[in-house]
Design a protein around this ligand. Structure first.
Ligand code: TYD
Length: 137
């Protein structure tokens, strides 16, 4: 993945009559070692998640059930990605403001994370994020 800051990740998929299985391994599918996982679910359709950036954290988000939209803002431009396929992940590098919204009923967002949770890694104020991105104090 190198210095690509966001991008689609295709997980390996094993489809059989008895069901489907997806997997991702560090090096082959994931550009970092996973130190933490969490998932977001039971999200009311009108709710939003995220609305923050991370200084050092890298993540892969996967819609393991249902679908949702992710708006990514690198401080210069915004892009919205729709996730709706358990074998596809979105890699998000550090310093991207993200907003998750438009959750379908029963949607589950699985997050693979490169670091243990640390509140200091979060930027929760958009103006602080923009200032850090544009190198102003
Ligand atoms: P937050 O990352 O703000 O949620 P979202 O981006 O989905 O809106 O986390 C919500 C709360 O959960 C916040 O109080 C921090 C806590 N939390 C942990 O304690 N550990 C974790 O690994 C995560 C992701 C969140």
């Amino acid at each position: 993945m190198g210095d690509v800051k966001i991008g689609q990740i295709r997980l390996a998929k094993v489809e059989e009559d008895r069901g489907s299985l997806c997997y991702a391994e560090e090096g082959t599918h994931l550009p970092f070692l996973v130190k933490r996982i969490y998932y977001i679910y039971n999200v009311p359709t009108e709710s939003e998640r995220g609305a923050h950036a991370h200084r050092n954290l890298e993540q892969v988000l996967i819609a393991v059930n249902g679908s949702f939209d992710i708006e990514i803002d690198d401080g210069y431009r915004k892009e919205t990605i729709h996730l709706n396929e358990p074998s596809v992940g979105l890699y998000i590098g550090k310093m991207h403001w993200r907003r998750l919204f438009n959750f379908s009923e029963s949607a589950i967002c699985l997050v693979l994370a490169s670091l243990i949770y640390e509140e200091k890694d979060y930027i929760r104020n958009y103006y602080d994020f923009a200032r850090e991105m544009h190198g102003k104090n």
